[in-house]
Design a protein around this ligand. Structure first.
Ligand code: FES
Length: 202
């Protein structure tokens, strides 16, 4: 069952350097080393470093992941945590379900029935926005414009956009996702890391 954290719960304290149990794989360290060469100031490498960490830690950024990025980039924990908690695509509050379904409810999607999709998802999965199903399979979130308004209403699952989506399509989407082992947040994080590596090589 996935962990839930009440709003307002203080985050655990930062691990001390001597407590670090580094989890980056060899290939992740190699990726970070390659990315470091793209930036004269390692502060700029915090964002891609966090994407690597989110992938390596299974789709979220517990304090240990933030501490590892800080350690590997020689930054302070507070500086890296400040970046991680500013951007909503980094999962810092708790580990999401295996699949994160993000529903755009901004203007175009709203007009085209996004809340019908929200209602349908909530009913099918028995959870509300921001919650994870008891089996840890799905987390549903409401997000701002995904810049795919021509496909409204749109869902984001990993690095894939699905739209225009209908309630009838939701059942098949859920069935298909149940067969996918890789967590959406891991898949998305890996895709973003690859973009950073590719763009830096241009
Ligand atoms: S309003 Fe939903 S993608 Fe723009």
């Amino acid at each position: 069952m996935s962990e839930t954290v009440a709003i307002g719960t203080p985050r655990p304290r930062a691990p001390r350097p001597e407590e670090l149990d580094l989890k980056f794989s060899e290939s992740a360290v190699a990726e970070l080393d390659a990315l470091k060469t793209h930036y004269p100031d390692l502060k700029s490498c915090i964002l891609p470093g966090l994407w690597i960490a989110q992938r390596e830690y299974g789709g979220w950024l517990p304090p240990e992941a933030i501490a590892e990025v800080a350690f590997r980039l020689n930054r302070s924990f507070a500086e890296v945590e400040g970046v991680a908690t500013f951007y909503t695509m980094y999962n810092t509050a708790h580990k999401p379900g295996r699949h994160m379904i993000e529903v755009c409810t901004c203007l175009s999607c709203h007009v085209c029935g996004a809340y019908r999709i929200v209602d349908y998802l909530e009913e099918k999965l028995g959870v509300k926005l921001g919650e994870t199903t008891p089996d840890g399979m799905f987390t549903i979130h409401e997000v701002e414009c995904l810049d795919a308004c021509d496909r409204a209403p749109v869902l984001q699952i990993g690095d894939q956009y699905v739209g225009p989506v209908t309630s009838e399509m939701v059942d098949k989407i859920l069935d298909d996702l149940r067969k996918v082992e890789t967590p959406s947040a891991v898949q998305l994080s890996d895709a973003v890391v690859k973009v950073h590596l590719r763009d830096g090589d241009k």
